[in-house]
Design a protein around this ligand. Structure first.
Ligand code: SF4
Length: 481
């Protein structure tokens, strides 16, 4: 057969030549049939030495089924299952199973998400860019810097406005960047007025070409709170330099409780509460996420009447312990840098030891509360209610997810919990992600589930599960008489 045939698994409706794939590479024309190009992924929950294992099938099911027995608890994921379009078509696989003696149904599909985004958590206190600044990939705006969290900078990437509300290149780059991040690949992001960051799920961020190793132990005030007792008697003053809250031990409540004597230090910054200072510097790539390369820049003149004296010792340290300096006041009460004494080295090392490795975390956020529900049940709102009520468990490629309360089915999942390559795309543009809805059979029937489409797992393994496209309505070459 030499003619092109039409794939109708998404609104793009590609005409695909024999032996070729469609625009998304997920479907191909194989001997006049539209076929999904990736195998359906199954998983099993095995417990070995107390550890929960999730081995994923590495071969097509037909081969596996012929040569080795399947685990009794095998379940299907949506990965490789295929997409249905338009949405009233039943989902590609609706499979019955027994779970702890109960009759269950799992509906699997690969859903097309125009409404989706990626939240990126980057463990660094370095300045990546102002809150609200545009994040770009290959020059296109694909997201923005959002509210920083404790020890981490946060980016919001994607979303329907960048996917479909701007120019075609903007939509294309947004989709490509989200796809790369969701499939565990690296993406270079350029932040307006800020840094260039290389982001990859589960890997250390690289900020302006420099890998980040440590996530800060806490803000400057928290660091004082944690370690003040260990500095007592070893040094006269400690300043923990931090872009958010710089801490001064002699003034801080932790120091007060320890009867730490005043030192006459003066910090240039906005004093919030005793021993806690905001805005000691501009944010940057220096000490503690400030612009500082010399921490002494934040000190004003020392006050003799408040306790400053020649010989007074001062430790200045960043919130990761990465940057530190030891100073002694001279006769004019000017701090003079000296090597860090041996007796203070363990306390600086302790800050570093308490820092966790800096990583990038990529969370995919998708909205499954739309039309795809019709592929699950004829009364879609009942599926929403069932998911929200906890009767239906939603998993993403076998991974547990967080479902946001309130309306709809807005879920969030750590992309590292899915097998690599679980995400796809279509050029509308939109991301494709696997979904599995598992619920009691009686609930499924009550919500208007596609009862006639329910197959046992054995049937799926024996017969396959390709769904009918327009091309399928004609006789298959191997069936044609
Ligand atoms: S882009 Fe859409 S129509 Fe084209 S092959 Fe992929 S799923 Fe089919």
């Amino acid at each position: 057969m030499t003619e092109k045939i039409r794939c109708d698994a998404c609104p793009v409706m590609c005409y695909i030549a024999p032996g070729q794939t469609g625009a998304c590479d997920r479907y191909a024309n194989s001997d006049g049939r539209i076929v999904r190009t990736d195998p359906l992924v199954m998983l099993s929950h095995a417990v070995q030495n107390g550890t929960r294992l999730v081995p994923f099938a590495s071969r097509p099911w037909a081969e596996s089924a012929d040569t080795e027995p399947l685990p009794t608890d095998v379940t299907l994921t949506g990965i490789g299952s295929g997409t249905t379009y338009p949405d009233y078509k039943p989902a590609p696989f609706i499979v019955s199973s027994k779970v702890a003696g109960a009759d269950m149904v799992t509906v699997v599909t690969e859903a097309i998400f125009s409404y989706c985004g990626v939240k990126v958590k980057i463990d660094t206190d370095r300045f990546l860019g102002p809150e609200g600044a545009a994040v770009r990939a290959k020059g296109e705006v694909i997201g923005h810097v959002t509210t920083a969290e404790y020890g981490s900078q946060m980016l919001s990437i994607g979303g329907v406005h960048h996917l479909t509300g701007g120019s075609k290149p903007e939509g294309r780059e947004t989709c490509a960047t989200m796809l790369a991040l969701c499939n565990g690949e690296a993406a270079e992001l350029v932040i307006d007025g800020g840094a260039v960051v290389l982001v990859q799920a589960g890997k250390a961020p690289v900020v302006d070409g420099k890998p980040e190793y440590r996530m800060r132990v806490g803000c400057g005030s928290a660091t004082i709170g944690m370690f003040a007792a260990q500095w007592k008697g070893l040094v006269d003053e400690v300043v923990v330099v931090d872009d958010h809250i710089t801490g001064v031990v002699s003034e801080h409540q932790a120091g007060k409780v320890l009867d730490w004597p005043p030192t006459g230090i003066r910090i240039k910054g906005h004093r919030s509460t005793p021993g806690r200072y905001f805005r000691v510097s501009e944010p940057g790539l220096g000490w503690g996420g400030t612009k500082l390369t010399d921490p002494l820049d934040i000190l004003g003149p020392w006050k003799a009447e408040k306790g400053a004296r020649p010989g007074l010792t001062l430790l200045m340290v960043s919130t990761t312990g990465e940057d530190h300096g030891y100073f002694v006041l001279d006769q004019s009460l000017i701090p003079q840098r000296q090597p860090l004494p041996d007796h203070l080295k363990p306390t600086v090392s302790l800050i570093a030891e308490n820092c966790e490795p800096a990583l990038c975390t990529v969370m995919f956020v998708g909205g499954a509360g739309g039309s795809l529900r019709a592929g699950v049940a004829r009364n879609p709102v009942r599926l929403t209610q069932s998911v929200q009520g906890g009767r239906t468990e939603l998993t993403i490629g076998g991974a547990k997810c967080f479902v946001w309360p309130g309306g709809g089915i807005t879920f969030m999942v750590d992309v590292l919990h899915l097998p690599r390559g679980a995400f796809g795309y279509v050029p509308t543009p939109a991301l494709v992600a696997p979904l599995e809805f598992t619920l009691p059979r009686e609930d499924y029937l009550a919500m208007g589930g596609h009862a006639e489409q329910i197959l046992s797992l054995d049937q799926v393994l024996r017969e396959g599960g390709e769904y009918t496209t327009a091309a399928e309505l004609r006789p298959r070459p191997d069936k044609a008489s």
